[in-house]
Structure formats: structure tokens, C-alpha cells
Design a protein around this ligand. Structure first.
Ligand SMILES: Nc1ncnc2c1ncn2[C@@H]1O[C@H](COP(=O)(O)OP(=O)(O)OP(=O)(O)O)[C@@H](O)[C@H]1O
Length: 234
């Protein structure tokens, strides 16, 4: 479980998160919506200690992120908006293995995780492919595989559909849906609400650094319209 307890955060004198409290359970698929600049990325970056609250605290599986950064980073897989920014190796296999290697795991366990992570994103057998030869959709899936290889309890994704065409987007969505069904918590920030709403267990919307909407998609969508957040026709 990821838990925010009254988290506030400011970039210098600009308050971006104000008294944010929320929990994301294991296996829950949560869509995070909100207008540009409302604080979504800032919130996500608190989930594994990339940012630390000015006040309040974030807990991952019951432990404060500030008390055990390594546990938080092992438990919460992050996928950023531009997958290219998160690759550290030239080839698929080396990149997906990077996280488990840093955990100091034995080689067989690393290989098992890489194989399982690539299978989960439908990229089995692509270990030797150079990342710079992959399509945008394939790169997104490898970024997700890199996060999955840490066997996280939660996956946190920031606009993972940027630059993807509809089939690639659908493929990423399918993977997220099955991961969530298998017990991985998913927190997904996107402006592209479309069919994500139908998959989500819960929709959270932020406005000016606060949680303005938090509920099941059916009721949350009406409230999003009130916030003038574009709501898809379902
Ligand atoms: N490193 C930074 N230094 C100063 N201000 C920042 C920094 N990063 C973000 N901000 C500001 O914090 C606010 C929230 O930004 P954030 O990226 O969290 O919003 P967002 O909801 O993810 O936006 P978008 O939908 O456009 O990605 C914005 O006003 C932004 O300008």
C-alpha cells in the first residue's frame, strides 16, 4: 500500500501539494487526472522518495519512505513520461537487468526476473535488441519491464502514452490491466482519460495541489466535468 498522510510540498515559495492524503491499495488501479501544472508529477515523485514532503509523510507498505529509501524504490516502480530518459543501457536485456543487479541479486535470479518482465510486456526474446532501434511503443514497454523486474508492489506511471499510437497505447493498457488483476497496484497519471476510465477502480483528480475528486469512475467523471477536465464519452 502507498499512503500519503497530509503531505505538503512547495518548490521554493510555490506550494504544489497541499495537505494531500490518499492510499493506493495493492492491486488497485487508480487514474490520476488534473489540469496542467496541478501537481500530478510532483505527487508521483513522492511515491519513491524522488521528492520529500515539506510536511506530512509518505509510507510504502507501512514504512516511511524517508526511513527506508531502498525499500521504497524496490517496492514502487516508476515509469516516466519519456522512456528514453530512464534507459541506462544500450540493449534491452542489460537495461531491464540494471535494477535487479543493483539489488545484488544472484545471476540466475536476475535472469529469471528479466525473462519474466519481458514476457509481461510481450517482448519475450528481445534481450539483445538495441534500445535505440525500438519503436516508441516498444520503448514504453521496456521502460515498464525495467520497473517490473524489481518485482514492485506498485507501478507508478506518468503520462506513459505520450507519443504512442493507438495499438501501442492499447498494448500498454492491456499489460497494466493484467498486472493490476495479478495484484500490482497501479497509479497512472494521464490527460488521455479515454478508455483508462473504464479500467480504473478509482479516479483521483487534483486541482491546485489538492485532491478535488476521489471516487469510482462512474461518480468521479461527473465531478471532473465540474473541474473542466475533459471527460471522454464512454
Ligand atoms: N523543479 C521545479 N521547480 C520549480 N517549480 C516546479 C518544478 N517542477 C514543477 N514545478 C511547478 O510545480 C507545479 C506542478 O507541476 P507538476 O509537474 O507536478 O504538474 P502536473 O500536474 O504534472 O502538470 P502536467 O499535466 O503539465 O504534466 C507547476 O506549477 C510547475 O511549474
Amino acid at each position: 500500500m502507498i499512503e500519503f498522510r497530509s503531505v505538503s510540498y512547495a518548490f521554493e515559495d510555490v506550494t504544489v501539494l497541499e495537505d494531500v492524503s490518499l492510499t493506493i491499495d495493492d492491486g488497485e488501479f487508480v487514474l490520476l487526472a488534473g489540469a496542467n501544472g496541478c501537481g500530478k508529477t510532483t505527487l508521483l515523485r513522492h511515491c519513491n522518495g524522488l521528492l520529500e514532503p515539506d510536511s506530512g509523510e509518505v509510507l510504502v507498505n507501512g514504512t516511511a519512505v524517508a526511513d527506508d529509501l531502498i525499500a521504497a524504490r524496490s517496492s514502487v516502480g516508476m515509469v516516466f513520461q519519456h522512456p528514453r530518459d530512464q534507459f541506462v543501457s544500450a540493449t534491452v536485456g542489460a537495461d531491464v537487468a540494471f535494477g535487479p543487479e543493483n539489488l545484488g541479486l544472484p545471476r540466475e535470479e536476475i535472469d529469471r526476473r528479466v525473462t519474466a518482465a519481458l514476457e509481461a510486456v510481450n517482448m519475450t526474446g528481445r534481450e539483445d535488441d538495441r534500445i535505440d532501434t525500438l519503436s516508441g511503443g516498444e520503448q514504453s514497454r521496456i521502460a515498464i519491464a525495467g520497473a517490473l523486474a524489481m518485482e514492485p508492489t506498485h507501478l507508478v506511471l506518468d503520462e506513459p502514452f505520450t507519443g504512442l499510437d493507438d495499438p501501442a497505447r492499447q498494448s500498454v493498457l492491456d499489460r497494466l490491466e493484467s498486472l493490476s488483476a495479478d495484484g500490482t497496484g497501479v497509479l497512472l497519471a494521464t490527460h488521455d482519460l479515454r478508455d483508462v476510465c473504464a479500467l480504473a477502480d478509482r479516479v483521483i483528480a487534483m486541482q491546485a495541489g489538492r485532491i478535488a475528486v476521489d471516487g469510482p469512475p462512474a461518480t468521479a467523471l461527473e465531478e471532473l466535468e465540474g473541474l473542466e477536465i475533459r471527460v471522454p464519452d464512454l
